[in-house]
Ligand binder design. Structure first.
Ligand SMILES: [Zn+2]
Length: 65
């Protein structure tokens, strides 16, 4: 699997991800295949999940008799 730094990743995928949207290999820099530099590369897309709660789930059971 090819490794890309965040800049190249965004160019390739036409995205505007930030360091908070992905997981970079900060501790293990690698050769980016886009710009051919040793950089932290994107190892995982990990968007932090905001707790969107859809709490509008009501049960409205009426006993129709
Ligand atoms: Zn790059």
């Amino acid at each position: 699997m090819a490794e890309f730094c965040l800049d190249c990743w965004n160019k390739l995928n036409h995205t505007h991800l930030t360091q908070e949207d992905v997981i970079l290999s900060h501790d293990n820099w690698d050769l980016c295949e886009g710009c051919a530099q040793i950089k932290p590369v994107v190892i995982k897309l990990g968007k932090p999940k905001r707790s969107k709660r859809k709490a509008s789930r009501r049960r409205n059971k009426r006993g129709a008799s």
